[in-house]
Design a protein around this ligand. Structure first.
Ligand SMILES: C[S@@+](CC[C@H](N)C(=O)[O-])C[C@H]1O[C@@H](n2cnc3c(N)ncnc32)[C@H](O)[C@@H]1O
Length: 258
Protein backbone atom coordinates (compact mmCIF):
# COMPACT_ATOMS: atom_id res chain seq x y z
CA UNK A 1 0.00 0.00 0.00
CA UNK A 2 2.70 2.51 1.01
CA UNK A 3 4.67 1.70 -2.17
CA UNK A 4 1.69 2.61 -4.34
CA UNK A 5 1.09 5.81 -2.37
CA UNK A 6 4.77 6.73 -2.68
CA UNK A 7 4.75 6.01 -6.40
CA UNK A 8 1.72 8.26 -6.98
CA UNK A 9 3.30 11.15 -5.06
CA UNK A 10 6.66 10.59 -6.82
CA UNK A 11 4.93 10.95 -10.16
CA UNK A 12 3.04 14.12 -9.19
CA UNK A 13 5.87 15.95 -7.45
CA UNK A 14 6.26 18.45 -10.33
CA UNK A 15 2.56 19.34 -10.46
CA UNK A 16 1.73 19.10 -6.72
CA UNK A 17 2.32 22.66 -5.54
CA UNK A 18 0.33 24.42 -8.28
CA UNK A 19 -2.70 22.22 -7.62
CA UNK A 20 -2.82 22.09 -3.84
CA UNK A 21 -4.69 25.19 -2.53
CA UNK A 22 -6.47 23.20 0.19
CA UNK A 23 -3.22 21.58 1.35
CA UNK A 24 -1.71 25.10 1.44
CA UNK A 25 -4.59 26.29 3.63
CA UNK A 26 -4.18 23.31 6.01
CA UNK A 27 -0.42 23.98 6.18
CA UNK A 28 -1.01 27.67 7.05
CA UNK A 29 -3.36 26.74 9.91
CA UNK A 30 -0.93 24.13 11.30
CA UNK A 31 2.00 26.58 11.04
CA UNK A 32 0.24 29.40 12.86
CA UNK A 33 0.11 27.24 16.00
CA UNK A 34 3.91 27.05 16.16
CA UNK A 35 5.20 29.70 18.59
CA UNK A 36 7.28 32.36 16.80
CA UNK A 37 11.01 31.94 17.46
CA UNK A 38 10.53 28.31 18.61
CA UNK A 39 13.79 26.43 19.00
CA UNK A 40 14.41 22.70 19.36
CA UNK A 41 14.30 19.33 17.62
CA UNK A 42 11.39 19.35 15.17
CA UNK A 43 9.94 16.48 13.12
CA UNK A 44 7.53 17.10 10.26
CA UNK A 45 5.85 13.96 8.95
CA UNK A 46 4.86 14.05 5.26
CA UNK A 47 6.97 17.16 4.65
CA UNK A 48 7.36 16.59 0.90
CA UNK A 49 5.94 19.39 -1.18
CA UNK A 50 7.15 21.85 1.41
CA UNK A 51 3.99 23.91 1.94
CA UNK A 52 4.09 23.44 5.71
CA UNK A 53 7.90 23.25 6.05
CA UNK A 54 8.43 26.60 4.38
CA UNK A 55 5.87 28.38 6.55
CA UNK A 56 7.34 26.91 9.74
CA UNK A 57 10.99 27.43 8.78
CA UNK A 58 10.26 31.12 8.21
CA UNK A 59 8.89 31.34 11.78
CA UNK A 60 11.26 29.38 13.99
CA UNK A 61 14.78 29.98 15.30
CA UNK A 62 17.57 28.92 12.90
CA UNK A 63 19.10 27.19 15.93
CA UNK A 64 16.43 24.48 15.52
CA UNK A 65 17.06 21.09 13.98
CA UNK A 66 14.28 20.40 11.46
CA UNK A 67 13.75 16.81 10.27
CA UNK A 68 11.61 16.82 7.10
CA UNK A 69 10.38 13.22 6.74
CA UNK A 70 8.49 11.81 3.77
CA UNK A 71 7.97 8.46 2.11
CA UNK A 72 8.58 10.05 -1.32
CA UNK A 73 12.05 11.28 -2.25
CA UNK A 74 10.72 13.25 -5.22
CA UNK A 75 8.33 15.12 -2.91
CA UNK A 76 11.19 15.87 -0.47
CA UNK A 77 13.22 17.28 -3.36
CA UNK A 78 10.73 20.09 -3.97
CA UNK A 79 10.91 21.64 -0.50
CA UNK A 80 12.10 25.16 -1.29
CA UNK A 81 14.47 27.50 0.44
CA UNK A 82 12.21 29.47 2.81
CA UNK A 83 14.07 32.72 2.07
CA UNK A 84 15.86 32.99 5.38
CA UNK A 85 19.07 34.92 5.89
CA UNK A 86 21.19 31.96 4.80
CA UNK A 87 20.58 30.19 1.50
CA UNK A 88 19.60 26.98 3.17
CA UNK A 89 18.08 26.69 6.62
CA UNK A 90 21.11 25.49 8.56
CA UNK A 91 19.50 22.64 10.46
CA UNK A 92 17.17 21.01 7.92
CA UNK A 93 17.61 17.30 7.35
CA UNK A 94 15.52 15.36 4.84
CA UNK A 95 14.62 11.81 5.87
CA UNK A 96 12.98 9.33 3.53
CA UNK A 97 10.94 6.98 5.73
CA UNK A 98 7.44 5.76 6.58
CA UNK A 99 5.76 8.15 9.01
CA UNK A 100 3.99 5.25 10.71
CA UNK A 101 7.40 3.95 11.80
CA UNK A 102 9.70 6.99 11.92
CA UNK A 103 13.34 6.30 12.80
CA UNK A 104 13.36 8.39 16.01
CA UNK A 105 13.51 7.51 19.69
CA UNK A 106 10.68 8.07 22.13
CA UNK A 107 10.93 11.34 24.10
CA UNK A 108 13.48 12.85 21.67
CA UNK A 109 11.54 15.70 19.98
CA UNK A 110 10.38 19.17 21.02
CA UNK A 111 7.80 19.68 18.28
CA UNK A 112 5.88 17.40 15.91
CA UNK A 113 4.14 18.70 12.80
CA UNK A 114 2.15 17.16 10.00
CA UNK A 115 -0.32 18.46 7.43
CA UNK A 116 -2.42 16.62 4.84
CA UNK A 117 -0.56 13.33 5.43
CA UNK A 118 -1.78 11.18 8.32
CA UNK A 119 -4.94 10.15 6.42
CA UNK A 120 -2.61 7.93 4.36
CA UNK A 121 -1.66 5.83 7.38
CA UNK A 122 -2.91 2.23 7.48
CA UNK A 123 -4.19 2.91 10.99
CA UNK A 124 -4.33 6.64 11.67
CA UNK A 125 -5.49 6.64 15.34
CA UNK A 126 -2.89 4.06 16.44
CA UNK A 127 -0.01 5.50 14.43
CA UNK A 128 -0.74 9.10 15.46
CA UNK A 129 -0.71 7.95 19.09
CA UNK A 130 2.67 6.25 18.53
CA UNK A 131 4.01 9.31 16.70
CA UNK A 132 3.30 11.56 19.68
CA UNK A 133 5.27 9.24 21.97
CA UNK A 134 8.38 10.60 20.21
CA UNK A 135 7.80 13.95 21.94
CA UNK A 136 9.64 14.89 25.10
CA UNK A 137 7.38 15.73 28.05
CA UNK A 138 6.29 19.33 27.42
CA UNK A 139 6.83 18.91 23.65
CA UNK A 140 4.34 20.57 21.30
CA UNK A 141 2.38 19.25 18.32
CA UNK A 142 0.25 20.67 15.51
CA UNK A 143 -1.39 18.24 13.11
CA UNK A 144 -3.95 18.56 10.31
CA UNK A 145 -5.38 15.67 8.28
CA UNK A 146 -8.27 14.92 5.96
CA UNK A 147 -11.03 12.83 7.53
CA UNK A 148 -14.28 11.18 6.49
CA UNK A 149 -16.55 13.70 4.82
CA UNK A 150 -13.80 14.73 2.39
CA UNK A 151 -14.94 14.13 -1.21
CA UNK A 152 -18.38 13.06 -0.01
CA UNK A 153 -19.78 14.15 -3.40
CA UNK A 154 -17.30 12.00 -5.34
CA UNK A 155 -18.03 9.03 -3.05
CA UNK A 156 -21.77 9.38 -3.64
CA UNK A 157 -21.47 9.80 -7.42
CA UNK A 158 -18.97 6.89 -7.66
CA UNK A 159 -21.47 4.66 -5.87
CA UNK A 160 -24.21 5.71 -8.34
CA UNK A 161 -22.17 5.25 -11.51
CA UNK A 162 -19.45 2.71 -10.67
CA UNK A 163 -16.78 5.13 -11.91
CA UNK A 164 -13.54 5.39 -9.90
CA UNK A 165 -13.22 4.89 -6.15
CA UNK A 166 -12.28 6.94 -3.09
CA UNK A 167 -9.80 6.22 -0.31
CA UNK A 168 -11.36 5.27 3.05
CA UNK A 169 -10.41 8.16 5.28
CA UNK A 170 -10.00 8.09 9.06
CA UNK A 171 -12.94 9.05 11.26
CA UNK A 172 -12.30 12.27 13.22
CA UNK A 173 -13.88 11.01 16.47
CA UNK A 174 -11.74 7.81 16.39
CA UNK A 175 -8.52 9.83 16.03
CA UNK A 176 -9.58 12.15 18.82
CA UNK A 177 -10.65 9.45 21.24
CA UNK A 178 -7.35 7.56 20.72
CA UNK A 179 -5.33 10.68 21.54
CA UNK A 180 -7.57 11.69 24.44
CA UNK A 181 -6.48 8.48 26.24
CA UNK A 182 -2.87 9.67 26.21
CA UNK A 183 -1.11 12.08 28.57
CA UNK A 184 -1.69 15.05 26.29
CA UNK A 185 -3.18 18.47 26.68
CA UNK A 186 -4.96 18.87 23.36
CA UNK A 187 -7.34 21.08 21.44
CA UNK A 188 -9.08 20.28 18.18
CA UNK A 189 -11.12 21.75 15.37
CA UNK A 190 -13.02 20.15 12.49
CA UNK A 191 -13.23 22.41 9.48
CA UNK A 192 -15.45 21.85 6.47
CA UNK A 193 -14.24 23.55 3.34
CA UNK A 194 -16.12 23.56 0.05
CA UNK A 195 -14.19 24.42 -3.09
CA UNK A 196 -15.83 25.20 -6.41
CA UNK A 197 -14.40 23.99 -9.70
CA UNK A 198 -15.33 25.02 -13.24
CA UNK A 199 -16.10 21.45 -14.25
CA UNK A 200 -15.92 17.85 -13.04
CA UNK A 201 -13.05 17.21 -15.44
CA UNK A 202 -11.03 20.17 -14.17
CA UNK A 203 -11.49 18.91 -10.59
CA UNK A 204 -10.44 15.35 -11.52
CA UNK A 205 -7.37 16.65 -13.37
CA UNK A 206 -6.25 18.93 -10.52
CA UNK A 207 -6.85 16.19 -7.97
CA UNK A 208 -4.73 13.76 -10.00
CA UNK A 209 -1.93 16.33 -10.17
CA UNK A 210 -1.69 16.46 -6.37
CA UNK A 211 -0.83 12.73 -6.31
CA UNK A 212 -3.57 12.01 -3.75
CA UNK A 213 -5.35 9.37 -5.81
CA UNK A 214 -4.60 6.07 -4.04
CA UNK A 215 -7.87 4.40 -3.01
CA UNK A 216 -6.81 0.87 -2.07
CA UNK A 217 -9.85 -0.44 -3.95
CA UNK A 218 -10.33 -1.85 -7.40
CA UNK A 219 -11.47 1.15 -9.41
CA UNK A 220 -13.43 0.97 -12.65
CA UNK A 221 -12.97 3.57 -15.33
CA UNK A 222 -13.86 3.76 -19.04
CA UNK A 223 -15.36 6.45 -21.24
CA UNK A 224 -19.01 5.54 -20.72
CA UNK A 225 -18.68 5.36 -16.92
CA UNK A 226 -16.88 8.72 -16.92
CA UNK A 227 -19.70 10.26 -18.96
CA UNK A 228 -22.27 8.98 -16.44
CA UNK A 229 -20.09 10.14 -13.52
CA UNK A 230 -19.86 13.70 -14.91
CA UNK A 231 -23.60 13.85 -15.64
CA UNK A 232 -24.51 12.59 -12.14
CA UNK A 233 -22.01 14.91 -10.43
CA UNK A 234 -23.47 17.88 -12.30
CA UNK A 235 -27.02 16.80 -11.54
CA UNK A 236 -26.41 16.52 -7.78
CA UNK A 237 -23.62 18.97 -7.02
CA UNK A 238 -23.60 21.80 -9.55
CA UNK A 239 -24.50 25.25 -8.28
CA UNK A 240 -24.39 28.47 -10.32
CA UNK A 241 -22.40 26.75 -13.06
CA UNK A 242 -19.72 25.42 -10.65
CA UNK A 243 -19.30 21.97 -9.17
CA UNK A 244 -18.86 21.60 -5.40
CA UNK A 245 -16.13 19.56 -3.71
CA UNK A 246 -16.09 19.18 0.09
CA UNK A 247 -13.09 18.68 2.34
CA UNK A 248 -13.27 17.83 6.04
CA UNK A 249 -10.12 18.63 7.97
CA UNK A 250 -9.28 17.62 11.53
CA UNK A 251 -6.75 19.83 13.33
CA UNK A 252 -5.25 18.66 16.61
CA UNK A 253 -2.68 20.65 18.55
CA UNK A 254 -1.34 20.85 22.08
CA UNK A 255 1.44 19.57 24.31
CA UNK A 256 2.59 16.30 25.85
CA UNK A 257 2.11 16.45 29.61
CA UNK A 258 5.06 16.13 31.98
C1 LIG B 1 -0.39 16.31 0.48
S1 LIG B 1 1.22 15.79 0.37
C2 LIG B 1 2.27 16.96 1.17
C3 LIG B 1 1.79 17.72 2.33
C4 LIG B 1 2.88 18.61 2.88
N1 LIG B 1 2.76 18.58 4.32
C5 LIG B 1 2.77 20.03 2.38
O1 LIG B 1 2.53 20.88 3.22
O2 LIG B 1 2.95 20.30 1.21
C6 LIG B 1 1.24 14.39 1.47
C7 LIG B 1 2.63 13.80 1.62
O3 LIG B 1 2.57 12.70 2.52
C8 LIG B 1 3.50 11.73 2.09
N2 LIG B 1 3.13 10.46 2.70
C9 LIG B 1 2.05 9.67 2.45
N3 LIG B 1 2.06 8.59 3.26
C10 LIG B 1 3.16 8.71 4.04
C11 LIG B 1 3.72 7.91 5.08
N4 LIG B 1 3.16 6.75 5.48
N5 LIG B 1 4.87 8.33 5.66
C12 LIG B 1 5.47 9.49 5.27
N6 LIG B 1 4.99 10.28 4.29
C13 LIG B 1 3.85 9.90 3.69
C14 LIG B 1 3.41 11.77 0.56
O4 LIG B 1 4.55 11.23 -0.04
C15 LIG B 1 3.25 13.28 0.32
O5 LIG B 1 4.47 13.92 0.09
Amino acid sequence: MHNTIRHKFDRSSITYRANAPVQDHVAAKCAMRVPKGFSGNILEIGAGGGLLSEKVLARISPASHYYALDISKAMLNIIKNPGMQSDIFPGIEKVQADGEYPPFQDCSLDLMLSSSTMQWYKNSPASMTRNLQLLKPGGLFSLGLFVQGTFKEMEHVSSLTGFGSTHILPVASECLSALQKEKLELASEIETKTIQYDSVLSFLKKHKQTGATFSGKKARFGRERLRKFIAAYEEHYEKDGKIQVSYQILYIWGRKLL
